[in-house]
Design a protein around this ligand. Structure first.
Ligand code: GTP
Length: 246
């Protein structure tokens, strides 16, 4: 069993990609399951096989503790840890080749807090896993935002300690020129050129960021399904050493 986590900033397209990617795997007769880890989501476009909302209600937490939406989500996930045994038992009953894990938009859970990592380790157990990090290309088409999103991606890669694939989501929203420019930024020189004048600190930072990328971000769209073949190939490379897992 392989676990594929989908992380990214709020609204970057995680839930949509989980839905489309599940369909992509089903079309190849691969068994799939979905875990929803977002206690605050109201409506999902898929039917989860495990739903964290069965254990915790972020809205109730918000009312009970007088919290705002962001902090109630953080507290909800903390509270969830007290139900770790039940959660583990329910998840261990899932049978599938690939389990897709949809995560909350409050990405700080996975970038800056231990709960995200503890929760993901609990879910993964002894299985193999990969994290797909979504960079919203509509935001990332601005060079400085691209750099900030790569920094966030590195924070998550470091914190989760899983192999990670960066994805440029929503590429259908870009024109050809924007997409070409965005794709060229996996080359440090091109990226630095687009940033205009930068100081030495930024120059060194960007070069080491680009150097640390295992491979360039994969452009995908959940609206047109572009890039799903490439994403699947990257996932296979990491999880099954290029071999199909059936
Ligand atoms: P949170 O859970 O709130 O963080 O959001 P999310 O990351 O799960 O994003 P979601 O899939 O809910 O998508 C957010 C918005 O972007 C929705 O309006 C989607 O319809 C839209 N969207 C997602 N993927 C794509 C895409 O590939 N192309 C376009 N054009 N829109 C997309």
């Amino acid at each position: 069993m392989y676990y594929i986590f989908f992380t990214g900033t709020a609204g970057s397209g995680k839930t949509s990609l989980v839905k489309e990617f599940q369909q992509y795997l089903l079309d190849q007769q691969l068994d799939t399951a979905i875990i929803n880890l977002d206690p605050a989501v109201e409506k999902l476009p898929y039917t989860p096989d495990f739903d964290v909302r069965d254990y915790i209600d972020a809205y109730e937490v918000m009312q009970k503790f007088g919290l705002g939406p962001n902090s109630s989500l953080i507290v909800s996930i903390d509270l969830l840890m007290s139900k770790a045994v039940d959660i583990k038992n329910e998840i261990s009953e899932i049978e599938a080749n690939y389990v897709l894990v949809d995560t909350p938009g409050q990405v700080e859970l996975f970038a800056y807090r231990d709960t995200g990592r503890i929760l993901s380790s609990l879910i993964i157990g002894d299985n193999k896993a990969v994290n797909v990090f979504l960079l919203d290309s509509f935001l990332a088409k601005e060079a400085r935002t691209y750099v900030s999103l790569l920094l966030l991606s590195s924070a998550i890669r470091f914190r989760m300690n899983l192999p990670q694939i960066n994805v440029l989501s929503k590429i259908d929203l870009l024109n050809k020129k924007e997409l070409e420019e965005l794709n060229s930024w996996s080359n440090g020189e091109e990226l630095i050129d687009s940033l205009g004048e930068i100081d030495d600190y930024s120059f060194d930072l960007i070069n080491s960021l680009i150097e640390s990328l295992d491979s360039p971000p994969v452009p995908v769209s959940s609206t047109t399904d572009e890039g799903l073949d490439e994403l699947y190939a990257e996932i296979q490379k990491i999880l099954a050493g290029g071999e199909d897992y059936l």
